[in-house]
Design a binder for this molecule. Sequence first.
Ligand code: NCD
Length: 376
Amino acid sequence: MVPAARGGSSPAAMRHLLSVNDLGSEGLKEMMRIADFFVEISTRPIPKVPALRGKTVACAFFEGSTRTRLSFEAAAKRLSADIMSFGASGSSMSKGESLKDTVTTIESLGADVIVVRHASAGVASQVASWVSIPVVNAGDGWHEHPTQALLDCYTIRQALGAESFQGLKVVMVGDLMHSRVARSNVLALSAMGARVNLVAPRTLWPVSLDGWPVEGITCDLDPLLEKADLVYLLRLQTERGAGRLLPSLREYAAMYQLTARRAAMMPKDSLIMHPGPVNRGVEMSSEVAEMPGALVGSQVANGVVVRMAVLYQLLVGGEGVGVLDPTAPDVAPAPAALRSAGVHHGAPGPSDTSSDSTPSTRSTPRTPSTRRSAGA
Ligand code: NCD
Protein backbone atom coordinates (compact mmCIF):
# COMPACT_ATOMS: atom_id res chain seq x y z
CA MET A 1 0.00 0.00 0.00
CA VAL A 2 1.55 3.30 -1.04
CA PRO A 3 0.37 6.75 0.01
CA ALA A 4 -2.74 8.18 -1.66
CA ALA A 5 -2.67 11.18 -3.98
CA ARG A 6 -0.31 13.95 -2.97
CA GLY A 7 -1.81 16.92 -1.22
CA GLY A 8 -2.10 18.97 -4.41
CA SER A 9 -2.49 22.71 -4.45
CA SER A 10 -5.67 24.41 -3.38
CA PRO A 11 -7.89 24.62 -6.47
CA ALA A 12 -7.72 28.41 -6.26
CA ALA A 13 -3.95 28.24 -6.76
CA MET A 14 -4.13 25.51 -9.41
CA ARG A 15 -2.48 26.57 -12.67
CA HIS A 16 -3.23 23.48 -14.78
CA LEU A 17 -5.15 20.25 -14.25
CA LEU A 18 -2.80 17.57 -15.54
CA SER A 19 -3.12 14.91 -12.86
CA VAL A 20 -5.33 14.04 -9.91
CA ASN A 21 -2.25 14.88 -7.85
CA ASP A 22 -2.74 18.54 -8.83
CA LEU A 23 -5.88 18.43 -6.70
CA GLY A 24 -5.24 16.03 -3.83
CA SER A 25 -8.07 15.12 -1.48
CA GLU A 26 -8.92 18.68 -0.42
CA GLY A 27 -8.85 19.86 -4.02
CA LEU A 28 -11.15 17.06 -5.11
CA LYS A 29 -13.64 17.92 -2.40
CA GLU A 30 -13.46 21.62 -3.18
CA MET A 31 -14.00 20.98 -6.90
CA MET A 32 -17.07 18.90 -6.08
CA ARG A 33 -18.43 21.70 -3.93
CA ILE A 34 -17.93 24.11 -6.84
CA ALA A 35 -19.70 21.64 -9.16
CA ASP A 36 -22.64 21.71 -6.74
CA PHE A 37 -23.08 25.39 -7.55
CA PHE A 38 -23.47 24.52 -11.22
CA VAL A 39 -26.10 21.83 -10.78
CA GLU A 40 -28.85 24.38 -10.37
CA ILE A 41 -27.89 26.10 -13.60
CA SER A 42 -28.07 22.82 -15.44
CA THR A 43 -31.69 22.36 -14.43
CA ARG A 44 -32.81 25.70 -15.88
CA PRO A 45 -34.79 25.88 -19.13
CA ILE A 46 -31.83 27.84 -20.53
CA PRO A 47 -28.86 26.38 -18.66
CA LYS A 48 -26.46 29.27 -19.09
CA VAL A 49 -24.70 31.96 -17.01
CA PRO A 50 -22.19 34.61 -18.06
CA ALA A 51 -19.36 33.48 -15.77
CA LEU A 52 -16.87 32.95 -18.64
CA ARG A 53 -18.25 35.42 -21.17
CA GLY A 54 -15.39 36.81 -23.24
CA LYS A 55 -13.17 33.77 -22.57
CA THR A 56 -12.30 31.19 -25.19
CA VAL A 57 -11.99 27.48 -24.42
CA ALA A 58 -9.96 25.51 -26.97
CA CYS A 59 -10.75 21.81 -27.17
CA ALA A 60 -7.73 20.19 -28.85
CA PHE A 61 -8.62 16.53 -29.24
CA PHE A 62 -5.89 14.62 -31.05
CA GLU A 63 -7.61 11.32 -30.18
CA GLY A 64 -11.24 10.25 -30.54
CA SER A 65 -13.79 11.21 -27.92
CA THR A 66 -17.54 11.49 -27.53
CA ARG A 67 -18.34 12.12 -23.87
CA THR A 68 -15.31 14.08 -22.80
CA ARG A 69 -15.27 16.42 -25.76
CA LEU A 70 -19.00 17.05 -25.81
CA SER A 71 -19.16 17.62 -22.08
CA PHE A 72 -16.26 20.09 -22.12
CA GLU A 73 -18.04 21.91 -24.94
CA ALA A 74 -21.36 21.83 -23.09
CA ALA A 75 -19.61 23.07 -19.92
CA ALA A 76 -17.99 25.96 -21.79
CA LYS A 77 -21.29 26.90 -23.43
CA ARG A 78 -23.17 26.86 -20.14
CA LEU A 79 -20.61 29.32 -18.82
CA SER A 80 -21.01 31.50 -21.96
CA ALA A 81 -17.43 30.94 -23.14
CA ASP A 82 -16.54 30.83 -26.83
CA ILE A 83 -15.23 27.51 -28.10
CA MET A 84 -12.43 26.67 -30.51
CA SER A 85 -12.63 23.03 -31.48
CA PHE A 86 -9.70 21.22 -32.95
CA GLY A 87 -9.26 17.68 -34.26
CA ALA A 88 -6.00 16.40 -35.75
CA SER A 89 -7.58 15.18 -38.97
CA GLY A 90 -8.39 18.04 -41.31
CA SER A 91 -5.86 20.30 -39.57
CA SER A 92 -2.38 21.38 -40.64
CA MET A 93 -0.98 18.47 -38.64
CA SER A 94 -1.87 16.36 -41.66
CA LYS A 95 0.54 18.66 -43.58
CA GLY A 96 3.28 17.91 -41.08
CA GLU A 97 2.83 20.76 -38.60
CA SER A 98 4.25 19.87 -35.20
CA LEU A 99 2.25 19.54 -32.01
CA LYS A 100 4.13 22.49 -30.52
CA ASP A 101 3.36 24.77 -33.48
CA THR A 102 -0.25 23.60 -33.40
CA VAL A 103 -0.85 24.42 -29.73
CA THR A 104 1.04 27.71 -29.83
CA THR A 105 -1.11 28.67 -32.84
CA ILE A 106 -4.20 27.89 -30.78
CA GLU A 107 -2.87 30.15 -28.03
CA SER A 108 -2.04 32.94 -30.50
CA LEU A 109 -5.59 32.75 -31.82
CA GLY A 110 -6.80 33.87 -28.42
CA ALA A 111 -7.57 30.72 -26.42
CA ASP A 112 -7.70 31.30 -22.66
CA VAL A 113 -7.48 27.61 -21.75
CA ILE A 114 -6.61 24.48 -23.74
CA VAL A 115 -8.28 21.15 -23.09
CA VAL A 116 -6.00 18.48 -24.57
CA ARG A 117 -6.50 14.83 -25.38
CA HIS A 118 -3.74 12.85 -27.00
CA ALA A 119 -2.82 9.19 -27.46
CA SER A 120 0.63 9.69 -25.90
CA ALA A 121 1.31 9.86 -22.17
CA GLY A 122 2.83 13.14 -21.03
CA VAL A 123 1.49 15.30 -23.86
CA ALA A 124 -0.65 17.46 -21.59
CA SER A 125 2.36 18.35 -19.42
CA GLN A 126 4.41 19.00 -22.52
CA VAL A 127 1.75 21.36 -23.86
CA ALA A 128 1.66 23.13 -20.48
CA SER A 129 5.38 23.82 -20.84
CA TRP A 130 4.85 25.43 -24.27
CA VAL A 131 1.92 27.76 -23.60
CA SER A 132 1.25 30.41 -21.00
CA ILE A 133 -2.44 29.59 -20.54
CA PRO A 134 -3.96 26.86 -18.34
CA VAL A 135 -4.03 23.32 -19.72
CA VAL A 136 -6.54 20.61 -18.84
CA ASN A 137 -5.57 17.00 -19.43
CA ALA A 138 -8.58 15.32 -21.05
CA GLY A 139 -6.72 12.01 -21.31
CA ASP A 140 -3.08 11.43 -22.26
CA GLY A 141 -2.36 7.91 -23.48
CA TRP A 142 -2.06 5.39 -20.64
CA HIS A 143 -1.28 8.10 -18.13
CA GLU A 144 -4.17 10.07 -16.61
CA HIS A 145 -7.67 11.40 -17.10
CA PRO A 146 -8.23 13.62 -14.07
CA THR A 147 -11.65 15.04 -15.00
CA GLN A 148 -12.98 11.49 -15.42
CA ALA A 149 -11.82 10.71 -11.88
CA LEU A 150 -13.42 13.91 -10.66
CA LEU A 151 -16.78 13.14 -12.28
CA ASP A 152 -16.61 9.59 -10.95
CA CYS A 153 -15.99 10.85 -7.42
CA TYR A 154 -18.85 13.30 -7.86
CA THR A 155 -21.14 10.46 -8.98
CA ILE A 156 -20.15 8.28 -6.01
CA ARG A 157 -20.60 11.18 -3.58
CA GLN A 158 -24.06 11.75 -5.07
CA ALA A 159 -25.00 8.06 -4.77
CA LEU A 160 -23.68 7.73 -1.22
CA GLY A 161 -24.80 11.16 -0.06
CA ALA A 162 -21.46 11.37 1.78
CA GLU A 163 -18.46 13.70 1.54
CA SER A 164 -15.90 11.02 2.40
CA PHE A 165 -15.56 7.51 0.93
CA GLN A 166 -13.86 6.23 4.09
CA GLY A 167 -13.88 2.43 4.05
CA LEU A 168 -15.73 2.14 0.72
CA LYS A 169 -14.63 -1.15 -0.82
CA VAL A 170 -13.94 -0.64 -4.51
CA VAL A 171 -13.07 -3.43 -6.94
CA MET A 172 -11.62 -2.12 -10.19
CA VAL A 173 -11.70 -4.63 -13.02
CA GLY A 174 -10.20 -4.69 -16.50
CA ASP A 175 -7.43 -3.24 -18.58
CA LEU A 176 -5.29 -1.85 -15.77
CA MET A 177 -2.23 -1.73 -17.96
CA HIS A 178 -3.52 0.69 -20.59
CA SER A 179 -6.28 2.56 -18.78
CA ARG A 180 -5.63 6.18 -17.83
CA VAL A 181 -8.98 6.09 -16.06
CA ALA A 182 -7.64 3.35 -13.77
CA ARG A 183 -4.62 5.39 -12.74
CA SER A 184 -6.55 8.62 -12.11
CA ASN A 185 -9.36 6.85 -10.32
CA VAL A 186 -7.08 4.86 -8.04
CA LEU A 187 -5.43 8.12 -6.98
CA ALA A 188 -8.72 9.92 -6.52
CA LEU A 189 -10.68 7.15 -4.81
CA SER A 190 -7.90 6.41 -2.35
CA ALA A 191 -7.49 10.13 -1.66
CA MET A 192 -11.21 10.17 -0.81
CA GLY A 193 -10.75 7.31 1.66
CA ALA A 194 -11.82 4.29 -0.43
CA ARG A 195 -10.04 0.92 -0.25
CA VAL A 196 -9.27 -0.14 -3.79
CA ASN A 197 -8.54 -3.67 -5.03
CA LEU A 198 -7.55 -4.33 -8.61
CA VAL A 199 -8.54 -7.31 -10.78
CA ALA A 200 -7.27 -8.21 -14.24
CA PRO A 201 -5.73 -11.06 -16.18
CA ARG A 202 -2.02 -11.17 -15.37
CA THR A 203 -1.12 -9.82 -18.82
CA LEU A 204 -3.12 -6.63 -18.19
CA TRP A 205 -1.60 -5.73 -14.81
CA PRO A 206 0.31 -2.46 -14.63
CA VAL A 207 4.03 -2.93 -15.16
CA SER A 208 4.57 -1.85 -11.54
CA LEU A 209 2.27 -0.91 -8.68
CA ASP A 210 4.61 1.89 -7.63
CA GLY A 211 2.43 4.96 -7.21
CA TRP A 212 -0.79 2.93 -7.11
CA PRO A 213 -2.31 3.33 -3.63
CA VAL A 214 -4.24 0.05 -3.63
CA GLU A 215 -4.81 -2.78 -1.17
CA GLY A 216 -3.95 -5.50 -3.65
CA ILE A 217 -4.20 -6.97 -7.10
CA THR A 218 -5.48 -10.37 -8.22
CA CYS A 219 -6.58 -12.31 -11.30
CA ASP A 220 -9.63 -13.71 -9.55
CA LEU A 221 -12.76 -11.54 -9.61
CA ASP A 222 -15.50 -13.69 -8.09
CA PRO A 223 -14.19 -13.93 -4.49
CA LEU A 224 -14.09 -10.11 -4.22
CA LEU A 225 -17.65 -9.53 -5.35
CA GLU A 226 -19.48 -10.43 -2.16
CA LYS A 227 -17.81 -7.58 -0.26
CA ALA A 228 -17.66 -4.98 -3.04
CA ASP A 229 -19.51 -1.71 -2.41
CA LEU A 230 -18.55 -0.58 -5.88
CA VAL A 231 -17.37 -2.47 -8.94
CA TYR A 232 -15.64 -0.15 -11.42
CA LEU A 233 -15.25 -1.71 -14.86
CA LEU A 234 -12.59 -0.53 -17.30
CA ARG A 235 -12.86 -0.69 -21.06
CA LEU A 236 -10.53 -3.06 -22.84
CA GLN A 237 -8.22 -0.68 -24.73
CA THR A 238 -7.94 -2.68 -27.93
CA GLU A 239 -6.55 0.38 -29.74
CA ARG A 240 -3.61 0.24 -27.32
CA GLY A 241 -3.00 -3.45 -27.90
CA ALA A 242 -5.03 -5.08 -25.10
CA GLY A 243 -6.48 -7.63 -27.52
CA ARG A 244 -3.03 -9.05 -28.25
CA LEU A 245 -2.51 -9.73 -24.55
CA LEU A 246 -5.56 -11.96 -24.23
CA PRO A 247 -6.25 -15.43 -25.62
CA SER A 248 -9.64 -14.20 -26.82
CA LEU A 249 -12.35 -11.71 -25.96
CA ARG A 250 -14.65 -14.63 -25.21
CA GLU A 251 -12.24 -15.96 -22.60
CA TYR A 252 -11.85 -12.48 -21.07
CA ALA A 253 -15.62 -12.09 -20.88
CA ALA A 254 -16.01 -15.53 -19.26
CA MET A 255 -13.63 -14.54 -16.45
CA TYR A 256 -14.24 -10.81 -16.00
CA GLN A 257 -17.51 -9.68 -17.54
CA LEU A 258 -19.93 -8.36 -14.95
CA THR A 259 -22.96 -10.49 -15.76
CA ALA A 260 -26.27 -10.64 -13.93
CA ARG A 261 -25.00 -13.80 -12.19
CA ARG A 262 -21.92 -11.99 -10.91
CA ALA A 263 -23.88 -8.84 -10.01
CA ALA A 264 -26.15 -11.03 -7.86
CA MET A 265 -23.06 -11.94 -5.79
CA MET A 266 -22.56 -8.28 -4.83
CA PRO A 267 -24.18 -6.79 -1.71
CA LYS A 268 -27.58 -5.21 -2.20
CA ASP A 269 -27.30 -1.49 -3.07
CA SER A 270 -23.75 -1.81 -4.31
CA LEU A 271 -22.77 0.37 -7.23
CA ILE A 272 -21.53 -0.40 -10.75
CA MET A 273 -19.58 2.10 -12.83
CA HIS A 274 -17.85 2.27 -16.20
CA PRO A 275 -16.35 5.38 -17.83
CA GLY A 276 -17.75 4.53 -21.24
CA PRO A 277 -17.68 3.72 -24.02
CA VAL A 278 -18.96 0.33 -22.84
CA ASN A 279 -18.29 -2.80 -24.86
CA ARG A 280 -21.50 -4.60 -23.95
CA GLY A 281 -20.94 -8.32 -23.70
CA VAL A 282 -17.24 -7.80 -22.88
CA GLU A 283 -16.88 -5.66 -19.73
CA MET A 284 -20.53 -5.88 -18.69
CA SER A 285 -23.69 -7.46 -19.99
CA SER A 286 -26.51 -5.31 -21.32
CA GLU A 287 -28.68 -6.55 -18.48
CA VAL A 288 -26.22 -5.23 -15.90
CA ALA A 289 -25.84 -1.93 -17.75
CA GLU A 290 -29.56 -1.36 -17.23
CA MET A 291 -29.63 -2.26 -13.51
CA PRO A 292 -30.56 0.49 -11.03
CA GLY A 293 -27.14 0.29 -9.35
CA ALA A 294 -25.38 0.95 -12.66
CA LEU A 295 -24.40 4.62 -12.70
CA VAL A 296 -23.08 4.92 -16.25
CA GLY A 297 -25.70 7.51 -17.27
CA SER A 298 -25.13 9.60 -14.13
CA GLN A 299 -21.38 9.54 -14.77
CA VAL A 300 -21.91 11.06 -18.21
CA ALA A 301 -24.39 13.64 -16.94
CA ASN A 302 -22.12 14.70 -14.08
CA GLY A 303 -19.28 15.23 -16.53
CA VAL A 304 -20.76 18.57 -17.50
CA VAL A 305 -20.98 20.15 -14.02
CA VAL A 306 -17.54 18.99 -12.90
CA ARG A 307 -16.01 20.31 -16.12
CA MET A 308 -17.83 23.61 -15.57
CA ALA A 309 -16.15 23.67 -12.16
CA VAL A 310 -12.72 22.95 -13.64
CA LEU A 311 -12.99 25.60 -16.37
CA TYR A 312 -14.39 28.13 -13.93
CA GLN A 313 -11.70 27.43 -11.38
CA LEU A 314 -8.84 27.68 -13.86
CA LEU A 315 -10.12 30.85 -15.51
CA VAL A 316 -11.60 32.89 -12.66
CA GLY A 317 -10.98 30.74 -9.61
CA GLY A 318 -8.46 33.18 -8.16
CA GLU A 319 -11.47 35.22 -7.21
CA GLY A 320 -12.69 32.30 -5.12
CA VAL A 321 -15.93 30.41 -5.03
CA GLY A 322 -17.38 33.42 -3.24
CA VAL A 323 -18.16 35.00 -6.58
CA LEU A 324 -20.53 32.15 -7.23
CA ASP A 325 -22.32 32.72 -3.98
CA PRO A 326 -24.67 35.66 -4.20
CA THR A 327 -24.96 35.73 -0.40
CA ALA A 328 -21.24 36.51 -0.08
CA PRO A 329 -20.68 40.18 0.83
CA ASP A 330 -18.24 40.95 -1.99
CA VAL A 331 -20.61 39.88 -4.70
CA ALA A 332 -23.11 42.03 -6.48
CA PRO A 333 -26.57 40.97 -5.35
CA ALA A 334 -28.49 38.73 -7.69
CA PRO A 335 -30.79 40.70 -9.97
CA ALA A 336 -34.24 41.26 -8.57
CA ALA A 337 -35.77 39.08 -11.25
CA LEU A 338 -33.62 36.17 -10.10
CA ARG A 339 -34.25 36.80 -6.43
CA SER A 340 -37.99 36.92 -6.92
CA ALA A 341 -37.76 33.68 -8.88
CA GLY A 342 -35.99 32.17 -5.91
CA VAL A 343 -32.85 31.30 -7.84
CA HIS A 344 -30.33 32.31 -5.26
CA HIS A 345 -29.66 29.71 -2.62
CA GLY A 346 -26.48 27.89 -3.49
CA ALA A 347 -26.84 28.97 -7.08
CA PRO A 348 -24.16 30.89 -8.89
CA GLY A 349 -24.93 34.57 -8.74
CA PRO A 350 -24.93 35.99 -12.22
CA SER A 351 -23.85 39.48 -11.29
CA ASP A 352 -24.05 40.50 -14.94
CA THR A 353 -27.62 41.49 -15.61
CA SER A 354 -27.00 41.86 -19.32
CA SER A 355 -26.48 38.13 -19.52
CA ASP A 356 -28.20 35.97 -22.04
CA SER A 357 -29.05 33.61 -19.22
CA THR A 358 -32.73 33.35 -18.58
CA PRO A 359 -33.92 33.17 -15.03
CA SER A 360 -35.99 30.24 -14.05
CA THR A 361 -39.59 30.98 -13.31
CA ARG A 362 -39.77 28.28 -10.63
CA SER A 363 -41.00 29.53 -7.31
CA THR A 364 -39.12 26.94 -5.27
CA PRO A 365 -35.39 27.47 -4.90
CA ARG A 366 -33.23 24.56 -5.94
CA THR A 367 -30.17 23.91 -3.88
CA PRO A 368 -27.28 21.55 -4.42
CA SER A 369 -29.11 19.06 -2.24
CA THR A 370 -31.47 18.43 -5.15
CA ARG A 371 -28.57 17.11 -7.20
CA ARG A 372 -29.70 13.51 -7.00
CA SER A 373 -32.60 14.23 -9.29
CA ALA A 374 -31.04 17.08 -11.16
CA GLY A 375 -29.41 14.90 -13.75
CA ALA A 376 -26.72 17.62 -13.93
C1 NCD B 1 -12.25 6.99 -21.33
C2 NCD B 1 -11.05 7.48 -22.08
O1 NCD B 1 -11.14 7.90 -23.22
O2 NCD B 1 -10.03 7.47 -21.47
N1 NCD B 1 -13.46 7.41 -21.77
C3 NCD B 1 -13.91 8.61 -21.41
O3 NCD B 1 -13.20 9.59 -21.43
N2 NCD B 1 -15.18 8.66 -20.99
C4 NCD B 1 -12.22 5.55 -21.09
C5 NCD B 1 -11.95 4.66 -22.22
O4 NCD B 1 -11.93 5.05 -23.37
O5 NCD B 1 -11.73 3.50 -21.91
